[in-house]
Design a binder for this molecule. Structure first.
Ligand SMILES: [Zn+2]
Length: 316
């Protein structure tokens, strides 16, 4: 059990920073931390994080920038730095949006430091804390880029509170916009015995099968979203909807909320406009998954994999 009572934490959670919400409104303190010699900067370039990937090798660690890099990059930044928090050594971390650069790997300040790459392709290769920190930074930058204008009046917004608020610049409006994340339910449907339902979408890697999932709609509880999505996708009614755990999934902006649910029947009616196929699978067949193009379980960093593995472990 971890500190929060989970058997295992999900990848991209347990970011090692204190988010220090009480510091976000202290402009003087933030300015001071931007100049501090031990401050670390997490650069993002068009949804890609900076890592030590060498050609052909998976990355093993994140690359952070220092205050000298930050000063030298000031004129290419999109807005200011976004305060992420402090680590246990009281070092501050800020995210930087370098989207203006065309070829960041060749920029004189960045050349030779590492490579910008998509976290989704290598997340599980990193230490979990670094994966969580990079995901957090990526999610924040994504939110900023898509909230440049006020949803109420259409006027430009400006970053405030260390990047944790965007305020409409129209004084008659003044709407405050806060970072948001979209709740999605993801559920392993089982029969109360030895079988569970997995499905696949046509655009997934060959052979990959996973749990069902879908976005929560307005006016709907999480349990209702689970029941609705399962019925829509495979035609099953469910009961015993039980919370499992959750996972930040900023690809681009979701929070995955995981459940187990028991089917009240077994005949599947697959809606092929939503998923390509779905079927019942026994524990034995999943334990012996060939993990190849004929059949494979979802990626190791996903809560879907965790939902399946923990359900398999229930029987042992
Ligand atoms: Zn406005």
């Amino acid at each position: 059990m971890n500190q929060l009572g989970l058997r295992r934490s999900n990848f991209y959670s347990e970011c090692p920073l204190d988010r220090a919400d009480n510091r976000r409104q202290d402009g003087d303190w933030l300015s001071q931390r931007l100049q501090a010699p031990d401050t670390r900067f997490v650069p993002l370039w068009r949804n890609r994080n900076l890592v030590d990937r060498l050609e052909g090798d998976p990355p093993r660690s994140a690359i952070f920038l220092n205050g000298d890099h930050y000063a030298a990059l000031a004129d290419v930044l999109e807005e200011g730095a976004i305060f992420l928090g402090e680590d246990s050594a009281k070092r501050s971390y800020f995210a930087l949006d370098l989207a203006k650069l065309d070829l960041p790997d060749h920029h004189p300040v960045l050349a030779g430091l590492g490579h910008f790459a998509d976290l989704r392709l290598f997340g599980p290769m990193l230490p979990q804390g670094e994966g969580a920190l990079l995901a957090y930074a990526r999610g924040m930058i994504y939110w900023h880029r898509r909230h440049r204008f006020c949803g109420s009046c259409g006027t430009a917004t400006a970053s405030d509170r260390g990047g944790h608020l965007r305020r409409c610049s129209n004084q008659d409006c003044g709407q405050q916009h806060f970072p948001r994340t979209d709740p999605a339910v993801i559920m392993l449907v089982h029969d109360g015995g030895d079988r569970c339902v997995l499905g696949r979408q046509a655009n997934w890697p060959d052979g990959m099968h996973s749990t069902l999932a879908g976005f929560v709609e307005p006016g709907e509880s999480l349990e209702e979203a689970v029941a609705r999505e399962v019925e829509e996708e495979v035609g099953l009614k469910v009961s015993e909807v039980t919370y499992h755990s959750s996972q930040p999934w900023p690809f681009p902006s979701s929070l995955m909320i995981g459940f187990w649910a028991r089917a009240r029947g077994e005949a599947l009616q697959v809606d092929t406009s939503e998923i390509e196929s779905a079927a019942w699978y026994s524990r034995k067949s999943l334990v012996h998954s060939p993990e190849d193009e004929s059949f494979r379980l979802p990626r190791r960093d996903s809560i879907a994999r965790r939902l399946i593995e923990d359900w398999l472990a229930e029987a042992s």
